[in-house]
Design a protein. Sequence first.
Length: 366
Amino acid sequence: MSRSGSRSLGGLALAVALGGLALAVALALPAEAMAQRLAGMVWDGAAGAPVADARVIALSAQGAPLGDPIATGLDGRFELFMDTGIEEVFLIAEKAGYATSAPQLASGPDGPVAGLLLEVRPVQPVRDAVTLEARTGSDVETAQVVGFVVDRDNGRPVPSAEVEVVGTERRITTDANGMFVLRDLPPGETGLAISHLSYATSGKLFRAEAGQAYELRATLAPEAIALEGIEVTSRTPSWYRQMEGLQFRMSRGLGGTFVLDTQIEARGYPPVAELLRELPGTRIRKVNRFDYTVNFRRCELPPVLYIDGVQVNQPEEGAALPELAMVPAMDIQAIEVYRGAGTLPPEFAGPDAMCGAIVIWTKRGG
């Protein structure tokens, strides 16, 4: 073999050796090196100080937990690593004695958000009342409750649990963070019944005093409950994911308007177009017995229409929306209305949605 041939083979052997070394180094890297780093601090907005031992929970854009919670250090700081394949990650912080922080975008299409600060504020427990500030023009004559409903076994929030003020018709549903707020409670003995089809019902009794705010934490035990005389409808996993996404968008308080099944029932189940007619900036025109045109603000194109997450129309100027009559009002779980492209959440945005979107969720799901 010639000397030049020996040098070529030697170079090849060196390249193979270096390639093997690079592969070994890559395999030896910790999982954190292959993920995006999210770091920040949990801050007490009232005291102006960091909060130690708070739980930081990562959520998907639909409000589903991503992995296990982590705890902040003595300096209130936290650090966690998430899969780079997740498009959007939101963070919330919670700790006993504090109201859960608002969900904050921690990672989006442009990567992790720097300088994350999750602000929490203390809320007094039921046993320690705190006086509310007097309302303008009158004294406070009612009480307020901020509540959190969690799973007894894993401590995670329970969304869509129903909280009923016993002896009244007042009912409220927990949001994606398991949180609810009851305002204007009359003074006196107050009972709350907290229920969810996947859990055993829990009851809370306390004495409400005028001008006081209370924190209530309720744990629900997982249990399949058989209810005589009540029809229990089986729901698909996709339906529950859709409802979690709806709760999350409602809790973020963005530019949408939400119409729930209880409101539709109270109106006597009118056609969907008639429900929309009362919304500000909405123009409704009846074309014939069944068809309507719908336009928002000064837009000449109709909005995009989604039914159970599927787009069912192609917006054209002057076109009616016959699809609105496809779903009987009695079958509707909720309606989301976004009256412009600037108010649309990412899951409903697109080139067809320049004039907004109507999103209908049915009780049967997609």
